[in-house]
Design a protein around this ligand. Structure first.
Ligand SMILES: [Zn+2]
Length: 462
């Protein structure tokens, strides 16, 4: 067995100390230091690596740089998030290590199981630290039901998956997993989850920072060496942090985040970090009992009153990555019983609502100081984009006036503190998308320059 030394690691920030201390000097947290046994093998392997270091000249770099070969996950929206150039070559890169985080129950395992089935890899190793293979097989059967329907309906490009390519390893021992990868040389590895992995070289429990980091490092090393794409599932705590904190983000190539309200079917996949692609793309899915459905036209999820105009409802256009998305804003203004009227936002920043109500009060003389104002985005959508400002302002004014904007109108613009409408990025692309979806009326710069003027024009000032 390798010679080991003991270190104390802060469970909050991952900082190491030679001896125990009550307070972590790095992050200031109390009682977060836990003893970990650190194996010397790590430094031996780094000496090996150091010996094989090769320095290249710039012309060599230029010559050697060609586009990364991409491997499709078989799920269009997933590929979009992983990156690549439009359409033809999108997906994962061989040897890339991707962490997929999300709250328990959001569907991480389902998405990865679906990928294992649909990606048509010759050999996929699914390492299950939490579920038994029989539990996973239930999930596979549900996903297959849909696949078989698709196959029967002869949708283009549908191949029936070969299930014998899918292999399971029920283990929480990371060294056993590494050995299995070396021995069986799978073309894709999924580890579900990294928090269940542990090595006997450390005394800490599975899920502790030391174990999570060490396991991730060992798996990453073998993935890079064998050029196998590796997915790690990581659970996120209620506070929205990846358990086994930030340390993982530095080890892996990509960090993907799967989010969604448990009450709704909508799931969004975003890249928080992506060494092989952009981080501004988002994959939109609907989680059904048969697994994830890619939503290629997400707008319909976020529009509830597209056809009949309703007072308090306004449509805006936000950018998710390079993709414009129409979203409905709903506002409700009711007479307040409170000395300090309430401002409540769902999916919209509270500060934004406060600023916009102040602007409406000052420049359009709408008496919002006596009204509670509630603003929400349809479909559980959340955004911080300034381009929705104009929509928020007009939705509030519309609710106050009890009048609506004309049907099929989209509002695009930031609102300044002087009540002016400001331009936004990608205006042309947004307008094009709105028109494509049957929204010919656009309220935006340069045709509209003041919020007040728009409110008057549409009679929203009563
Ligand atoms: Zn600390």
């Amino acid at each position: 067995m390798a010679k080991s030394k003991s270190v104390f690691v802060c469970q909050q920030c991952g900082h190491e100390y030679p001896r125990w201390e009550g307070r972590c000097g790095n992050c200031g947290a109390w009682n977060t230091l836990v003893e970990e046994v650190k194996s010397e093998t790590a430094s031996i392997s780094s000496i090996h690596q150091a010996q094989s270091v090769k320095i290249t000249t710039f012309p060599e770099v230029v010559q050697g740089s060609r586009p990364q070969t991409r491997i499709s996950t078989g799920i269009a929206e997933f590929d979009r998030v992983l990156g690549g150039s439009n359409g033809s070559a999108m997906g994962m890169v061989a040897g890339a290590v991707m962490l997929i985080g999300g709250e328990p129950g959001v569907g991480k395992s389902t998405l990865l199981t679906q990928m294992a089935i649909k990606s048509h890899f010759e050999s996929v190793l699914y390492v299950a630290g939490e579920e038994s293979p029989s539990q996973i097989s239930l999930r596979i059967n549900r996903i297959l039901e849909k696949e078989q329907q698709n196959y029967k309906s002869k949708k283009p490009k549908n191949k029936l998956p070969k299930l014998e390519n899918l292999k399971f390893l029920s283990s929480t021992n990371v060294d056993a997993v590494v050995m299995a990868i070396v021995k069986h040389k799978p073309k894709l590895v999924i580890v579900d989850s990294i928090q269940t992995m542990k090595t006997d070289d450390l005394r800490g429990a599975a899920g502790s920072v030391g174990q999570v980091r060490e396991s991730a490092e060992r798996l990453t090393e073998v993935a890079k060496r064998l050029n196998v794409p590796l997915f790690l599932v990581g659970h996120v705590t209620k506070e929205g942090q990846l358990a086994g904190p930030k340390v993982l983000e530095h080890i892996v190539d990509s960090v993907l985040e799967l989010t969604g309200e448990r009450t709704s079917e909508l799931r969004l996949l975003r890249a928080v970090k992506n060494r092989f692609g952009a981080t501004d793309e988002v994959g939109v899915f609907q989680l059904t009992e048969f697994g994830f459905d890619s939503v290629t036209n997400p707008t319909e999820l976020f529009l509830e009153h597209a056809d009949q105009p309703v007072s308090g409802s306004v449509t805006v256009c936000v950018m998710e990555g390079t993709r414009p998305l129409l979203v409905e804003i709903q506002a409700l203004a009711v007479r307040s019983q409170l000395a300090m009227p309430r401002r409540v936002g769902r999916g919209v920043d509270l500060a934004k609502i406060q600023i916009i109500t102040a602007v409406l009060q000052k420049y359009s003389r709408i008496p919002l100081n006596n009204y509670d104002v509630f603003v929400s985005l349809a479909g559980g959508y959340v955004t911080k984009e300034p381009s929705i400002d104009l929509g928020v302002a007009l939705a509030i004014a519309s609710s106050m006036a009890g009048k609506s904007l004309p049907a099929h109108t989209v509002c695009i613009g930031e609102v300044g503190l002087l009540g002016e409408i400001r331009g936004v990025s990608f205006l042309e692309r947004r307008v094009k998308e709105a028109k494509r979806l049957g929204f010919p009326n656009i309220i935006a710069k340069p045709q509209n320059t003041q919020v007040e003027a728009v409110i008057k024009k549409y009679g929203l000032n009563k």
